[in-house]
Ligand binder design. Sequence first.
Ligand code: S3P
Length: 168
Amino acid sequence: MRRKNIVLCGFMGSGKSTIGNLLSKKMGMAFIDLDAYIEKKENKSVSQIFEESGEEYFRQLERDAVKELAYKKSIILATGGGTLTFQQNVDTLKNANNKIILLDLPVEVISKRLQGDTKRPLLNRPDKEKVMRELYEKRLPLYRSAADIIVNAANSPMQVCMEIISNI
Ligand code: S3P
């Protein structure tokens, strides 16, 4: 029988890839990072895709990738910070019976984690802090409404994994 996929959702820097990796080992399920999947298919980094073809093109690749992965068997999928802010992606994943878990983290912690980061094209700008906070405020309600389960991601990765396992 097909086991429900676990989809990790949350803002940039919320630990989706770290937690996904750890969870996959603990649960014996394969781990797929959506950004890495897109990068491999395109043979380009996410930053390169944004730079050369723009955000809208990246979002199209992201939608296609979500459709391709939604019906996989027993995977843990780490989404990008923007993925589940689009209702179409939420619908695709829910229709395929995936379980969406929000890694919830205060903006102050995210801000600290993203200091010095240059890999996020949306925040690669002089007014990074302001843009990040605005994006966070706008996205949080969307993440919350998409999620089946919300976990506190301020704890250690191991604690977060245990919380997920005891809630699914
Ligand atoms: C994005 C987050 C990134 C990546 C892209 C867009 C976003 O993923 O998908 O840069 O819109 O928040 P991470 O959340 O893994 O950084």
